[in-house]
Design a protein around this ligand. Sequence first.
Ligand SMILES: [Zn+2]
Length: 406
Amino acid sequence: MRKIRTDLLTPLDRDRTLFLKDHALAWEGSAITAVRPYDPALDADCEDWRDCLALPGFVDVHTHLSQYRIRGRYEPALLDWLEKYVFPAEALSRDPAYAELIAEEFFHALFAAGTTTAMIYTAPFQEACEAAFAKAEELGARAFIGMTLMDRNSPADLLQTTDYAFSCSVELYERHHGSSGLLDYIFTPRFALSCSEELMRRLGRFTHDRGAWLQTHLSENPQEIEQVRRLFERAPYTQVYADLGLLSPRSVFAHAIHLTEPEIALLASHECKVAHCPDSNFFLKSGELNYPALEKAKIPIGLGSDVAAGSTLNMLYHAKLANYRQSSYSLQPERLFYHITLGNAELLGLGDRVGSLEPGKEADLCLLQRPAETVPDEELLSALCFWGHELPVRETVIAGRTVYRG
Ligand SMILES: [Zn+2]
């Protein structure tokens, strides 16, 4: 059992955050057992963490483990960037020793950023995906992990056969779905341009029958959209995925920037989720998410780092960018904080287990160094959302287990 004395910030809902001053936070095994005002009579045995803030562990709904080392390699157009940097980087994971090493680096960086749950793409090799699962289990990560699929229009050293792509995905799913309280498999076609209709149709059927999760990219870049239109001889982009059975409440589409009204309606009617990655969208000059239109259509929006087109795994940084990358729509600090904690957890169906600090929930949290200067309590959340990424994470805990100490 651990019991600490500290201040807490925890989301209540989309637009409200609770600040709890001088509280005792306790957890035993994997669960939070108490969040209450510090009482010297009851809590004399607390560890003193008053120089930190306790926050729910951050949740990242879109990131690429195998690309971790190519952050910041500049090429401001999606398709050129994939050819020049992403494909060569992912090809390195064919070597199982490299796949293990990059997984270790990635999870260490994830925990050092205070992130406790992530939705992860790996390289297009079954062994590389297995290495990511093994490392996640060893180090204690909470994650959805998928092998990236590409059975056409891809470099020879990454190209999978349709049968390999499908059958290895199913094997990975059968092995890892429900095998641990922390890990799950997610089917991961890279995007429409790299996947055949047959593969996507088989994935659509399987994920529908089994209620499995699926992630892919959608409508990120105008050149990509035009190529999808030519390749599939139909439009819009979302309709391609719809026709192949990929739209479901457990489908997470990254970017979704250049959607038409009918596409937004299509995503909404299938209760699909969108992973918004503002850092990546402006790094690759992809465009600006129509946040108000998706919000109006009640499409759940999550925030993702999209490393490596995103430059960092630090979700406080991405919270800030979610605000900055809306040129005329103002996202308040409460909403930003919700997105990287409870909102992202809810998007992944984990809202009743993690995403906020409450008794009964699992102990996924991070302890962030407080600013050195005095910040009034009521201004702390705003400061955190706009420059909190500069503050060091002192400890990260997942399901009660310390996975990182700064
Ligand atoms: Zn991505």
